[in-house]
Write a protein that binds this ligand. Structure first.
Ligand SMILES: *Cc1c(COP(=O)(O)O)cnc(C)c1O
Length: 227
């Protein structure tokens, strides 16, 4: 019988293979285990396999699981975050993947300042220009980062992308490549207060391609939990 631990071992193995083909074969690849729609009991199996970095895309689910899972986990919020929900997560997550508006940046900045802390954030980019998805258009990314880099309580650590689903995974490759280009372009600007270190892209269906094209953080859900 397949277990969650088996799945994680297989994913780690695939990560290693893809990393060797990537533009930075030496860099570490961070796996975020996406726990949406899965129980605390299943999540405990993820932790037992040594995978302690978890991601949730909805605030309510994050809050429920934060309580149910307890200690030993580190959480990222990876999905759309409404400004009015920021107050619930500021002391529970260590990274926000979905920074994409000034109103969210303003709210995060003021909440984090009042805690005397700083939140690591990724700027969500919608490079494939799908109307249904969140994220900044490519041309808006650099001006946005320049503005937010001045704001206390927020540290921009990189970019995040949710790619469209293609049956043939090769079709997503140019999109990941374009994201990696943008990532390097921003890194080269060396904007004060910005660390362009993290490129979060790739999910169960396409994480190997994402890594091959320069991702160093992947968000994997269903392949971990399919047993
Ligand atoms: C659900 C989700 C994932 C993981 O997707 P899988 O296909 O289950 O691996 C990654 N990122 C975001 C933002 C998600 O909502």
């Amino acid at each position: 019988m397949r277990t969650i631990a088996d799945n994680i071992a297989e994913i780690r193995n695939n990560i290693e293979i893809a990393r060797k083909k990537s533009p930075c074969p030496e860099q570490e690849i961070t796996l975020v285990a996406v726990t949406k729609m899965h129980s605390a009991e299943e999540i405990h199996q993820v932790l037992a396999a040594g995978q302690t970095l978890l991601g949730e895309n909805r605030v309510q689910e994050l809050l429920d699981k934060y309580e149910a899972v307890g200690e030993g986990a580190t959480w990222h919020i990876i999905g759309h975050l409404q400004s009015n929900k920021v107050k619930y997560i500021t002391d529970k997550v260590v990274m926000v993947h979905s920074l994409e508006s000034m109103s969210l940046a303003n709210e995060l900045s003021s909440r984090m300042q009042s805690l005397g802390k700083t939140m690591d954030c990724l700027v969500q980019v919608n490079i494939a220009d799908e109307e249904s998805k969140f994220g900044l258009e490519k041309d808006a990314v650099i001006p946005f980062i320049e503005k937010v880099s001045q704001m206390p309580g927020i540290r921009i650590k990189g970019l995040m992308h949710i790619a469209p689903y293609f049956e043939n995974v090769e079709e997503v490759r140019p999109i990941f490549r374009e994201m990696y280009g943008l990532f390097n372009e921003i890194k080269a600007l060396a904007i004060p207060g910005v660390d362009m270190d993290v490129l979060s892209m790739g999910m169960s269906h396409d994480y190997q391609v994402a890594i091959e094209e320069g991702a160093n953080m992947i968000r994997v859900g269903s392949s971990i939990f399919a047993v």
